[in-house]
Write a protein that binds this ligand. Structure first.
Ligand code: SLL
Length: 166
């Protein structure tokens, strides 16, 4: 395959999760009684362009206590929404378009349901606590999101076209 020499293209990406606790008023009766939260784990483009055309599919490996723990999403939005009771490690594997000849990229994300801030302690709060921790939004949702950059060195000519929309 022909590669475009002396060029590397990087694409920003964010991945992580949001979670909202159930309470007596918002818990659907279909949700098992031991489930405390609803959550969404996702891979997104942080820019306004929302261009993820370089991605062929995203495979999310969830905890074995969840039905069908291996989930494959073939088109955007690359996300899974579920309900549950516990935090665990999600393996997020991003596969690129076949013409890229790129190996898949794997991220580990700790699914956060509970806010935790050693400086604030039990009282909670709205202080961002840094990457990998749960940040509480004013509406009570918890968020744990990481920014990264996907680097493509000397992309194939076909993949270069996809990356640059040509
Ligand atoms: C651990 N942190 O590492 C625990 C595992 C698993 C959470 C937490 C299951 C929900 C369902 C669920 O929330 N699992 O029943 O679908 O051992």
């Amino acid at each position: 395959v022909k590669r475009v020499k002396n060029i590397s293209i990087s694409r920003p990406i964010i991945y992580g999760n949001t979670a909202s606790p159930f309470d007596a008023t918002n818990k659907p009766s279909s949700v098992p009684s031991d489930h405390t939260h609803s959550w969404t784990v996702f891979v997104r483009d942080p820019t306004k362009s929302q261009d993820l055309s370089m991605i062929k599919k995203v495979v999310f490996k969830l905890h074995d206590t969840i039905r069908n723990p291996l989930r494959t999403i073939e088109s955007p939005p690359f996300e899974i929404t579920e309900t549950g009771w516990g935090e665990f490690e999600v393996i997020i594997k991003i596969f690129f378009q076949p013409e890229s000849n790129e190996k898949p990229v794997q991220f580990y994300h700790h699914l956060k349901l509970h806010p935790y801030n050693p400086q604030v302690g039990e009282s909670g709060g709205t202080v961002p606590v840094g990457s990998g921790s749960g940040v509480v939004n004013p509406d009570g949702t918890v968020e744990s999101v990481l920014y990264d950059e996907l680097m493509f060195n000397e992309p194939t000519e076909d993949f270069f076209k996809i990356l640059t929309n040509k």
